[in-house]
Design a protein around this ligand. Structure first.
Ligand code: F6R
Length: 263
């Protein structure tokens, strides 16, 4: 695992966007895993700017989102499909047919989950998976007790997730209590994972995810098993990391890592 500490949330999002852009330029047919949420808005904002200012080309890439609420139609302003259209897809030259999210309104949800996994496989697997982290440590909607080998499935949302995201709904009670999410095992099969966390409210959970014991109670800890996982945090989210001075030293001194400074 690489832990990169940037001075503030803006610099952290900028680096995440630059890494995505770098990989997309190296492979225009990149299969990109995407996340939603407040943290990612800055990353998508940056990617849109890179598209306009530096002609970053999305025309051949495929995207797979981590999750979608059960019961929300694509046109619902609270759906993750709507979020993605608004923050990224409508703003860049991506082919809408190449943008994939699970269908939370599918008649047979189990079949939908299997079909999503099959589609990821058919596209050759995910090259780069962007991740946020919930305050209780979920990646995607892999809530406490998510098996470390779990696949795409329906998950009941935990009370902490409901509390975290209900304010985003105009009427809090309208928030669905279930979502389709890629499993921890699905995420771990991505060739590279890129987790971004910013702000003081993420400090405690980032320390547990990066430096704590691996546990299905905190699905982000499973990223410690991944051979190529980069964690980008700002100073506020890095505050509780016991080894933060070490991570800073590596970033400043190790040739392999200093490459990030040119991005
Ligand atoms: C959403 C997702 C979630 C969020 C996490 C953090 O697609 O995968 O795991 O990344 O809940 O959300 P924010 O950024 O709103 O704190």
């Amino acid at each position: 695992m690489e832990v990169i500490i940037r001075p503030d949330a803006d610099a952290a999002a900028r680096l995440a966007a630059r890494i995505i852009a770098h990989d997309l330029r190296a492979n225009p047919k990149l299969v990109l895993g995407l996340a939603t949420g407040r943290t990612m808005e800055a990353v998508y904002g940056r990617l849109v700017r890179l598209h306009h200012d530096e002609r970053l080309d999305f025309s051949l890439c495929q995207t797979f989102n981590l999750d979608e609420y059960v019961g929300l139609r694509a046109e619902d302003p609270h759906s993750y499909r709507h979020y993605m259209d608004e923050h990224l897809f409508n703003e860049v030259n991506i082919d809408p047919r190449n943008t994939h999210l699970p269908d939370g309104c599918a008649l047979d949800l189990a079949e939908e989950c299997e079909a999503y996994e099959a589609l990821i496989r058919r596209c050759g697997g995910i090259d780069l998976q962007l991740l946020g982290i919930g305050r209780a440590g979920h990646i995607g909607f892999n809530e406490p007790l998510s098996a470390l080998m779990s696949r795409t499935r329906v998950k009941a949302l935990s009370p902490r997730t409901l509390a975290q995201n209900a304010p985003l709904f105009d009427v809090a009670t309208k928030m669905p209590r279930r979502a389709i999410t890629m499993g921890v095992g699905t995420i771990l099969e991505s060739r590279r994972c890129l987790l971004l966390a910013t702000g003081a409210e993420k400090a405690e959970i980032i320390a547990k995810a990066v430096e704590g014991p691996i546990s299905s109670m905190i699905s982000a800890t499973a990223l410690q098993l991944h051979a190529h996982c980069t964690v980008i945090v700002d100073e506020a989210a890095a505050e509780s990391l016991a080894e933060r001075d070490y991570y800073r030293w590596i970033f400043d001194n190790e040739p392999e890592w200093t490459g990030y400074r040119h991005l």
